[in-house]
Design a binder for this molecule. Structure first.
Ligand SMILES: *[C@@H]1O[C@H](CO)[C@@H](O)[C@H](O)[C@H]1NC(C)=O
Ligand SMILES: *[C@@H]1O[C@H](CO)[C@@H](O)[C@H](O)[C@H]1NC(C)=O
Length: 94
């Protein structure tokens, strides 16, 4: 939803769409990524990937570098230390 609303904001330039997107960002998750904390342990990563995709879209729409840093940190962490040979990325995905 945050991804869609950022895309909509980019088209409409209506700040209500940008504000509405914030409802779907789960600050307790993105906040830890923003301070580069490993927040993925015991988390179902797949259900959080859409939030990060939306965060990357926020960067692309607003140009704010923090959101690119968050998305880049997330994918680097998943790719470097949270991916199993089977392709799973978190608990119960072996
Ligand atoms: C945002 O809108 C501009 C202008 O229409 C467009 O060029 C750009 O590709 C859009 N960005 C995204 C991420 O969709
Ligand atoms: C994931 O890690 C591999 C091995 O280091 C690397 O080749 C690949 O480019 C990385 N992918 C991403 C999306 O960072």
């Amino acid at each position: 939803m945050n991804d869609v609303l950022y895309r909509l904001y980019n088209i409409t330039k209506d700040l209500r769409h940008l504000v509405l997107a914030q409802i779907f960002v789960k600050p307790c998750f993105l906040g830890l990524l923003a301070v580069k904390a490993n927040s993925l342990s015991n988390l179902d990563v797949n259900t959080h990937i859409p939030i990060v995709i939306g965060t990357q879209m926020r960067y692309e729409v607003t140009g704010h570098p923090l959101y690119k840093e968050i998305a880049t940190f997330f994918i680097d962490m998943v790719n470097s230390s949270h991916t199993y040979a089977t392709g799973g990325t978190s608990i119960n995905e072996l």
